[in-house]
Design a protein around this ligand. Structure first.
Ligand SMILES: Cc1cc2nc3c(=O)[nH]c(=O)nc-3n(C[C@H](O)[C@H](O)[C@H](O)COP(=O)(O)OP(=O)(O)OC[C@H]3O[C@@H](n4cnc5c(N)ncnc54)[C@H](O)[C@@H]3O)c2cc1C
Length: 441
């Protein structure tokens, strides 16, 4: 397997579309040009930045909120992820009474994020295949089955609605006998994340001005902050940084966060007959109970999607040939689960980068007087990015709230060494994720 593509992310974004591959093209907003002054600038238009910009616009209706993104909308982790908006996080290991307050803090955040998204989707009638009836957590091999038992015990102790499922029940519902056991958690939503991101942008109030293809190359801190892109200089009173793992490229938290590159594939749309051969549920999502296991979706438009690789590629996307190599792993895992569909072709494969800290914490902080930062949600940033974005906007507007307190209470991120040790450590960390993965890959 070729490792370490060095091609830049912006060159690769159009080969890596993920869900956007199946959507009609939208015309991107013009890039930022010339000299500008703004009270609030948000950098990054993923779930975090979109939510922050929206909230700032509500709180400051007579100010213009400038939102800058290095790429086109949807060509980021927010537009390419697996589309599970969680209400309840899965904490590995046994239920620990001493951690109850932490479990509750994190789930309060998840649920607030979910509430915000539901409200936006309903208010603006955003078509994003939103289905709020929870999802499956499944286990095929020994290590994941142990996690399954621990998770069921955790859910019971927390009073979270769930149904344990055996192999036969899973087969009846989702059409595979690969998993020996699992559990369905009833809260949580599935969606097409690219449609959601684009719908959120369309519903922006008129005082949000979005510039795409406007990468911020440098940030100079001071009484006012000066941001520079290739074609613009922006002088801002306050800057909200929502650029996930790429904040490190601007010198922020660069020993605390890195990007891990994941790949996955989508099949063509299945025929009615093929869908009938699957289980009774017509659209579902399966998260693995092993941290290195495969994520699966049956989308509302009838495609199966699988994601099962994670590697350190210096926080970059993969090129098409690199993705092609990883497609073999998707195919193997797909055929294991759905031998009846092994002739079904993959129509699109993609890569996507998630921001990971050594202790899987999230970032929410104020740096200096006027720089506010949120990000690093690992593989779980739809609900969290949304809520952290809103809280960041409120924090930057001098508000106080329980929500802000919950965000501020994230444990500090552990320090990571600089390159070349970073690469060694990161590869080790990612390999550990696959320890004992067995049939769950
Ligand atoms: C394959 C995969 C599957 C996942 N599945 C799920 C899932 O099912 N559920 C879930 O909750 N989470 C999932 N995640 C994680 C989730 O996608 C992320 O946590 C979330 O999207 C992060 O949102 P964000 O807005 O913080 O960052 P991003 O979506 O990464 O957005 C950051 C934005 O900042 C922009 N940017 C960066 N640098 C600059 C700069 N210098 N100037 C201007 N703009 C800049 C980028 O272009 C980007 O648009 C998954 C991640 C991956 C990789």
């Amino acid at each position: 397997m070729t490792m370490g593509s060095t091609t830049s992310n912006s060159q690769l974004q159009n080969d890596n579309k993920s869900w956007s591959q199946f959507l009609s093209r939208r015309t991107s907003n013009p890039s930022c040009q010339g000299e500008k002054r703004s009270k609030f600038v948000v950098v990054g238009a993923g779930f975090t930045g979109l939510s922050a910009a929206k909230r700032l616009a509500e709180l400051h209706p007579s100010d213009e909120i400038l939102l800058l993104d290095a790429r086109e909308i949807g060509q980021n982790a927010s537009g390419r992820n697996s589309g599970f908006a969680v209400a309840h996080s899965h904490f590995p290991g046994r239920f620990d009474e001493k951690l109850l307050k932490e479990y509750q803090r994190i789930d309060r955040l998840n649920q607030s994020g979910l509430d915000i998204l539901r409200a936006e989707i309903t208010k603006h009638n955003i078509g994003c295949d939103w289905q709020e009836h929870g999802f499956y957590h499944a286990a095929a091999d020994k290590s994941a089955l142990k996690s399954c038992a621990e998770f069921i015990d955790y859910l019971a102790k927390r009073g979270i609605e769930h149904q344990p499922l055996n192999q036969d029940e899973l087969q009846k519902q989702i059409g595979t006998r690969w998993y020996q056991g699992g559990v369905k958690v009833n809260d949580g939503a599935l969606m097409n994340p690219a449609k959601l991101v684009k719908g959120l942008v369309k519903s922006f109030p008129s005082n949000v001005v979005l510039h795409e293809n406007s990468a911020v190359d440098s940030i100079a801190l001071g009484k006012q902050i000066i941001l520079r892109t290739k074609k613009a200089k922006i002088i801002a009173d306050k800057v909200l940084l929502a650029c996930n793992y790429e904040m490190t490229r601007l010198g922020i938290n660069n020993h605390k966060l890195l990007g891990v590159t994941l790949t996955g594939s989508f099949t063509r749309v299945l025929t009615e007959e093929e869908l009938d051969g699957l289980g009774s549920v017509r659209s579902w999502g399966v998260m693995s109970l092993h941290g290195g296991g495969a994520t699966l979706r049956l989308t509302l438009d009838g495609r199966l999607a699988i994601r099962n690789t994670a590697e350190y590629n210096r926080s970059n996307l993969y090129s098409v040939p690199d993705i092609k190599e990883r497609e073999r792993l998707h195919r193997q895992a797909f055929n294991n689960r759905f031998p009846q569909l092994k002739e079904v072709t993959f129509e699109h494969s993609y890569s996507c980068v998630e921001g990971v800290s050594a202790n899987k914490t999230n970032f929410f902080e104020k740096l200096g007087d006027n720089l506010f930062v949120a990000g690093g949600f690992n593989g779980s940033g739809i609900s969290k990015g949304t809520v952290f974005g809103r809280a960041l906007a409120e924090y930057a507007s001098n508000q106080t709230s329980e929500l802000i307190k919950d965000c501020l209470n994230c444990p500090s991120a552990l320090w990571m060494p600089p390159p070349p040790l970073l690469g060694v450590g990161a590869r080790f960390m990612v390999r550990q994720r696959f320890k004992d993965v067995g049939k769950d890959r």
